[in-house]
Design a protein around this ligand. Sequence first.
Ligand SMILES: CC(C)(COP(=O)(O)OP(=O)(O)OC[C@H]1O[C@@H](n2cnc3c(N)ncnc32)[C@H](O)[C@@H]1OP(=O)(O)O)[C@@H](O)C(=O)NCCC(=O)NCCS
Length: 132
Amino acid sequence: VAGLLVELGRPEVRGADEERHRDLFLSYLERDDTVALVADEGGEVVGFLDMDFRQRLNYEAPQAWIPDLVVSEQHRSRGHGGALLQRAVELARERGCWSIQLESANWRMDAHRFYLREGLTDFAKSFGKQLP
Ligand SMILES: CC(C)(COP(=O)(O)OP(=O)(O)OC[C@H]1O[C@@H](n2cnc3c(N)ncnc32)[C@H](O)[C@@H]1OP(=O)(O)O)[C@@H](O)C(=O)NCCC(=O)NCCS
């Protein structure tokens, strides 16, 4: 999973800092307001999606938020991404969430097509600032 996240553009954590990040992964898995799903092909983890259930003010129910979705390059276009997203939607419904949401960088135009095809709506811009 750490390797898949590097493919997505997240920092490399394998190697020097690995133990600390293993603990962070484990504590993420232990939370009851998170879900982590993997796509498996022949015993190999080829895709990953994580999801947080977050509480928004003025809403009774939680909102599902997907920080990361990635399928390894050589295993794309085989339905893994769609299956991961559909399972996330199912779990968010079971949890009573009022919406499921994610942000996607402007340059990921292939992913935007994928999300539209999967029935998501492009309805917002995302703004952020790096804090070095
Ligand atoms: C977007 C992504 C998760 C979709 O996973 P997937 O397993 O390829 O999805 P599916 O097989 O269910 O659907 C494939 C469709 O996704 C779209 N797609 C988006 N990016 C793609 C890519 N780099 N390669 C192939 N298909 C891609 C295509 O529309 C494709 O349809 P097609 O096979 O008819 O051409 C995956 O392509 C990926 O990890 N991309 C790079 C990382 C990324 O952009 N993640 C989203 C961050 S917001």
